[in-house]
Structures are given as structure tokens and as C-alpha cells.
Design a protein around this ligand. Structure first.
Ligand code: HEC
Ligand code: HEC
Length: 158
């Protein structure tokens, strides 16, 4: 009887150890942007050409673009031009959340870009360009803070 009881106890202990969250506290794996994009593409399979506003949950600005185009804007237009990964503006997996301030900043920046393109550049009649425009890269050039000065030139070679 006591043998059965102690082996039961032993089995119970094993179960508790197996489901304890200790191993979940190991340091988080670094964010894998290619994997995140692949998972998102899989989750919108068949809906790539539908409007982003209908496919995703919290699209307020890029309503007129397709779902696939929105992902490309995220990858190249936003992440690459600022030199960041998705995590600068998003909690991975909670893409619709507006918790990170940088996401709201990005919305305001994209409104600013539209204003520059539509309200200012289009009205400079003396420009010899059919479609003058700026985008995120124009200012950011791979950095979070656009430069105010050119880098110091290297000392002249003798
Ligand atoms: C500079 C900030 C920024 C970066 C970097 C960024 N995003 Fe976004 N993301 C936004 C903003 C802003 C929106 C909302 C756009 C709108 O309102 O039209 C958004 C929306 C989204 C959405 C739609 C979510 C929903 O359900 O509404 C997805 C999916 C998404 N981003 C994925 C990504 C991925 C993947 C990356 C990295 C490759 C990334 N984003 C990088 C700012 C960013
Ligand atoms: C006309 C120049 C200009 C353009 C174009 C521009 N930005 Fe910015 N952006 C700035 C400036 C200036 C700051 C503020 C830098 C600082 O902190 O002093 C900034 C800051 C930001 C930040 C905050 C960075 C941080 O530290 O977290 C985000 C996010 C951002 N921009 C996103 C964008 C996105 C997305 C686009 C394209 C839709 C864009 N910007 C286009 C000038 C620009």
C-alpha cells in the first residue's frame, strides 16, 4: 500500500516538474524578421491582393494598398529605411496593437510625407521633374534620427 502511494507521489512529482514553467524563463530567442514575415504571409494566404484594411485589424492609414503591399512597406519602406526591425514599432505577434509609440510616430510621419509630396512638391512649378517625391528613406537613410549635418570628411590624404 505504502509502496503504491509513494510511487503515485513520485509520478505526480514528475508531472509537476514536467509542466513547471522553469524552462520558459530561458532568455528569449532573438527576433527573426524573415520568419515573422513568412508566418504573416502564410496567415494571409489567398488574401494577398485584398485591401490591407479588410485583411488586417487596425489599418488606419494604408487603407488603399493590398495586404501584400502593406507587408512590403513594413519590410522595406519602414524597417529598412530606419535601420530597425519590426520590433521597433511592434510587439511581434500583436501586430494590430498600438502600444509602441514609434508606431504612432510612423503614422504621423507618413501623413507628413503625403503633405510634402501633395501640398508642397507638386506646387513647385519651376521643378523640372514630372513626379518629385520624398519617402522615409529620403530623410532616414537607414537611421532612426535623420542627420542634420554631413559626416566629418576623412582627413585629406597627403
Ligand atoms: C517604423 C514603424 C514600423 C515598423 C518598423 C514596422 N511597422 Fe508594421 N505597422 C506600422 C504602422 C504605423 C502600422 C499601421 C498602418 C496603418 O494604420 O495604416 C503597421 C501595421 C502593421 C500590420 C497590420 C496589423 C493589423 O492587424 O492592423 C502588420 C501585419 C505589420 N505592421 C507588420 C510589420 C512587420 C512584419 C514589420 C517588420 C518587417 C513591421 N510591421 C515593421 C509601423 C511599423
Ligand atoms: C522630412 C524628413 C523625414 C521624412 C521624410 C521622414 N521622417 Fe521620420 N523622422 C524625421 C525626424 C526629423 C525625426 C525625429 C528625429 C529625432 O528624434 O530628433 C523622425 C523620427 C522618426 C521616428 C522616431 C524614431 C525613434 O527614435 O523611435 C519614426 C518611427 C519615424 N521617423 C518614421 C518615419 C517613417 C515611417 C517615415 C516614412 C513614412 C518617415 N519617418 C519619414 C524626419 C523624417
Amino acid at each position: 500500500m505504502s509502496l503504491i502511494r509513494s510511487s503515485l507521489w513520485c509520478a505526480l512529482t514528475l508531472v509537476v516538474v514536467a509542466i513547471s514553467p522553469a524552462h520558459a524563463q530561458s532568455p528569449e530567442a532573438p527576433f527573426d524578421q524573415a520568419k515573422a514575415l513568412a508566418e504573416l504571409r502564410k496567415s494571409i494566404e489567398g488574401k494577398e491582393d485584398q485591401q490591407a484594411v479588410d485583411v488586417f485589424m487596425n489599418v488606419k492609414q494604408y487603407k488603399g494598398v493590398t495586404a501584400e503591399r502593406l507587408l512590403r512597406i513594413m519590410e522595406f519602406g519602414f524597417s529598412r529605411s530606419l535601420g530597425v526591425t519590426c520590433t521597433h514599432c511592434h510587439v511581434p505577434g500583436e501586430w494590430e496593437s498600438d502600444d509602441k509609440g514609434a508606431k504612432e510616430t510612423a503614422r504621423a510621419m507618413s501623413a507628413m510625407v503625403s503633405a510634402i509630396n501633395n501640398d508642397y512638391l507638386k506646387n513647385i512649378t519651376t521643378l523640372n521633374s514630372a513626379n518629385p517625391s520624398v519617402n522615409c528613406t529620403t530623410c532616414h537613410r537607414g537611421q532612426k534620427r535623420p542627420a542634420l549635418e554631413l559626416p566629418t570628411p576623412p582627413p585629406a590624404a597627403h
